[in-house]
Design a protein around this ligand. Sequence first.
Ligand code: GLC
Length: 605
Amino acid sequence: MLSLHSKICEVYAHPLGRDIVDKMLLEMGKPAWLVDNPIIGNLTLGAIQKLLSKNLGSGFFDAILNLLNSEPDTPDTHSVPSSPAWWKEAVFYQIYPRSFGCDDESNVLRGILSKLDYLRELGVDAIWLSPVYDSPNDDNGYDIRDYYKILPEFGTMNDMDALIAGLHKRGMRLVMDLVVNHTSDEHPWFQEALRDENSPYRDFYFFRKSDGKPPNNWVSFFSGPAWNYYPEQDIWALHLFSKKQMDLNWECPALREEIYKMVRWWLERGVDGFRLDVINYISKTPGLHDGDPFVGALMTYTGVEHYFYGPKLNEYLKELRGKAFAPHNAFSVGETPGIGTRMGRLLTDDYRRELDLIFSFDHLVSPGHTRFDDYRYDLSYLKRFYQSHLNADLGHGWNTLFFNNHDNPRMVSKIDPEGLYTRPLAKLLAVLQLTLRGTPFLFQGDETGACNVKFNSIEEINDVESRGLYAELIKTMPPDKAFRQILAGTRDHARAPINWEEHERQRGEADSVWRFYQDLIVLRRSSRALIYGKLEFLYPRKKKLLSYTRSLNGEYFYIEANLSAVKRRSKAPVGAVLLFGNYGKSGGKILHPYEVRVYRVTSIV
Ligand code: GLC
């Protein structure tokens, strides 16, 4: 049991403690080695509380200690060989249906079907399809009105069946989005629960009476309080996201059974697995107490400590897997914002039977920044991140490798906002995705090096998150400054329509990003070393040079990347054979801006 008498180093030895301290340091832009300093490491929490008492109430330490003491488990640290699985070998590709559309097709699902040969040619094995369910589209489909129906503008259930069959015919798989932290407020469950307080659906959501103000101080990820008031019923309901995305109460057994039933229904239809939307938020601390203001200020969202790794999360995930996924041998990847490496292992280590993989996002934003800061992403942070996280993940766990999705600005633009090095950078990221240890998830447009969009005004922005934030920001700053922040972080950068002409052009161009991805995927597929092989990082202190080896059963690769726009020396070993490079195959002693190279070597010294 950890208490105020525990030392920082003891907190750091706890898997959650380590992730939480790392996360806090990251948010503050402070380096993790601070904790290794013996003076700091030997301070007790009580002493820190006294030192900082002006800023911190006791609530902060209670919040952290409660969280730590709620998790008795630690990840198994024995190094075991990874057991093979199709989803460790596959290359995934995320489709955001709203912007994947092809004009010449009758609907979106038919349009996707018509592009399967294209995706297969690129080397894609499995598709993650963002929501296509019936929805009022307050959050582009992440607000589901009917889990059993396709959004009419996307197609019909027949089109869906045709897509599943089309994928399977080509040896490809389909992963659907599963949004079960919340439903739309237009879902019949919510409608009935709101209308009738004796309805069995009342317990599916979090309804609370509260006089004149929200029942607690939690804030929504999309700005403002996390509670909506319904004057006719004089009742509040919880929504961590938009006012139309009502949180489901997983404490209610009947709700959980409805969810498992629905998951099984889709799996019986032929779906191969799910990406589970914000799945780490499904268990909320009973009582829904106020969030600590200091944690709130640090993590941007007050209340987050009560649900980002809730007390029953592991229990619910085990149940979901046991009752719905396991009978179909289905694959799961959880979206888990805020979950660090060790907590992540508790969610994904194979012997725990919870999730197969997770997406966490700490590598997408440089320390001390948020997504909405206008800054230049520093790739040397990515190197540090990978060195500590991918190494820590030996044995039972497995990683996801991605730089983009529908919720983030494009990575190439974050690194190089002027777009001077888009092509070499896109290829550099491709190499990391396909030669590090983990499963690559491409997002539509990655294969052409798609960049951020040049929006001119807030009217051009559609995203509910950005619009809510803009309305908040202009209360305290001039509109042009507020718009600059929106431009830095808006999710609409990733949601712009696919430029199919560009895709077809690059497909036919020898030196394109498209062809580079295609060739790399062929290489990855031909080599077990690049999938299951050992990963070792070299030159850990050279901030601007990322260099590592992959090896298995006598097959060796050496990979190096210049993480900056300044030329530097290659460290390739003598005799190494250059297979790939974003500056051609000539090699040489000097690495150009953002140059990346993949070599085959005969041994590793
Ligand atoms: C996830 C989705 C995001 C959505 C949110 C609420 O983060 O990726 O697009 O807005 O959950 O469902």
